[in-house]
Design a protein. Structure first.
Length: 43
């Protein structure tokens, strides 16, 4: 089975870490990258 690959973007390092732990705890998903940005620069 192909894993779902996830990219997380959030200003908070804590939230990026929490999301990574949650995603990686699922056998069918993997966190492939995280990034920090401010919302107005992402638009």
């Amino acid at each position: 089975m192909t894993k779902i690959r996830v990219l997380s973007v959030d200003d908070s390092a804590l939230m990026r870490q929490i999301m990574t732990e949650i995603i990686n705890s699922h056998s069918d998903m993997e966190m492939v990258a995280t990034a920090r940005t401010r919302w107005w620069r992402a638009i």
